[in-house]
Design a protein around this ligand. Structure first.
Ligand code: NAD
Ligand code: TYD
Length: 367
């Protein structure tokens, strides 16, 4: 019996990781530790909330005493750390919250794990601290092939983020994630903690909070609201379906080498404006609206400050060493994603109305 603590499990990616582990490993005890900020939503896990191998704990990763107590109480063997403030635009407005959660919160978890694991006779044997990070820590790449291929797919340049690329974060979000990555590696190098770090590209799929490009725009198209495209819409992002990220996390948690870094991504670069056009076409087709009916929703707005031009992950190491590869083509992934948001309007309404806050307060009161 293994006990695995997944932090941030009520968020977008975390909920997919929790679901995968609870379903796939009935012999594990999965603890979902989440503060339930605006981005955390227990409705994301309704289908598994009553499973015998699942426990939800509402707590703040910055609360060191509680982290230590929980690790002792539950005999935690492994930690998969996803809890973070995750939205670049929010980090530009409120950098302190990002430093607090992403840096101090990660440090508090690391220190609690160190004290607990070093108190055991076997110390770090069979233990693992797996930190989930982002490709944004590497900074931004140049856009040297502006046209991409005939379908509008990248690569949009010759340069990629490899694991040995220098860290050059630009936003308060990516700076805070970079700092947390450094702390995780320092705990390996200084104390011998068995750590792993992965850096993944932009994720998309069900249960993403609608402040991020894809769910925000699907919802706006549905309601015929303006689509605020930053700058000229020429920034490039590398998109991965969230379940493919969750599968990579499972594989790396079990088979990844301690102290290693793995990049995760599907070589799937798109310009924002092409994604927006694809979303309009897909939503309109599914809702039976005439082609082109919603093209005029595109509204070019003032660019994001410090807006990174291009992200592109090279995941060759993960593919070669652990045999991972993405299961979905982007076209299929976008179709599934658009259908999910259109079919789950109630989830969207709850999230955007704030009613989901009440839902999880009630849920928590019951436990
Ligand atoms: P999210 O914002 O959807 O979810 C974050 C979760 O963390 C929420 O459930 C929130 O309640 C919880 N949380 C926040 N502060 C907390 C605290 N102090 N204590 C405990 N819980 C707290 O984020 P996401 O998009 O699912 O991202 C998860 C992780 O993956 C983050 O570390 C992020 O940096 C990383 N990542 C995200 C992407 C992406 O495209 N979304 C890509 C690569 C890496
Ligand atoms: P986002 O989903 O916020 O992810 P990230 O900033 O972590 O890449 O944004 C994806 C891209 O879409 C990014 O280049 C910014 C752009 N964007 C818009 O043009 N308009 C929007 O309203 C949002 C939220 C994002």
């Amino acid at each position: 019996m293994k006990t695995i603590m997944i932090t941030g499990g009520a968020g977008f990616i975390g909920s997919h990781v929790v679901r995968l582990f609870v379903n796939k490993y009935p012999e594990y005890h999965i603890i979902n530790l989440d503060k339930l900020t605006y981005a955390g939503n227990l409705a994301n896990l309704k289908d598994i909330e009553n499973r015998p191998n699942y426990t939800f704990v509402k707590a703040d990763i910055c609360d060191f005493d509680t982290m230590l107590q929980l690790m002792k109480e539950h005999h935690v063997d492994g930690i998969i750390h996803l809890a973070a403030e995750s939205h670049v635009d929010r980090s530009i407005k409120d950098p302190f919250t990002f430093a607090r959660t992403n840096v101090m919160g990660t440090l508090s978890l690391l220190q609690a794990a160190k004290i607990y694991w070093e108190s055991l006779p076997e110390t770090y044997e069979g233990k693992r601290f797996y930190h989930i990070s982002t490709d944004e820590v590497y900074g931004a790449l140049a856009l040297t092939r502006p046209e991409g291929d005939a379908d509008g797919r990248g690569p949009y340049g010759e340069d990629f983020f490899t694991e040995d690329k220098k860290y050059m974060p630009h936003s308060p979000y990516s700076a805070a994630k970079a700092a947390s990555d450094h702390f995780v590696r320092a705990y390996h190098d200084t104390y011998g903690m068995p750590t792993i770090v992965t850096n993944c590209s932009n994720n998309y799929g069900p249960y993403q909070f609608p402040e991020k490009l894809i769910p925000l725009f699907i919802n706006n198209i549905r309601h015929r609201r303006p689509l605020p495209v930053y700058g000229k819409g020429e920034n490039v992002r590398d998109w991965l379906y969230v379940e493919d990220h969750a599968r990579a996390i499972d594989l790396i948690f079990h088979q990844g080498k301690v102290a290693e870094t793995y990049n995760i991504g599907g070589f799937n670069e798109w310009k924002n404006i092409d994604i927006v056009k694809t979303l309009i076409r897909t939503v309109d087709r599914i809702l039976g609206r005439p082609e082109g009916a919603d093209d005029d929703l595109i509204t070019y707005v003032t660019d994001r400050q410090g807006h990174d031009l291009r992200y592109a992950i090279d995941s060759t190491k993960l593919q070669r060493e652990l045999g991972w590869e993405p299961s979905l083509q982007f076209e299929e992934g976008i179709e599934k994603t658009v259908r999910w948001y259109l079919d789950n309007q109630e989830w969207m309404d709850n999230v955007t109305s704030g009613d989901y806050q009440k839902y999880y307060e009630e849920m928590y009161a019951k436990r």
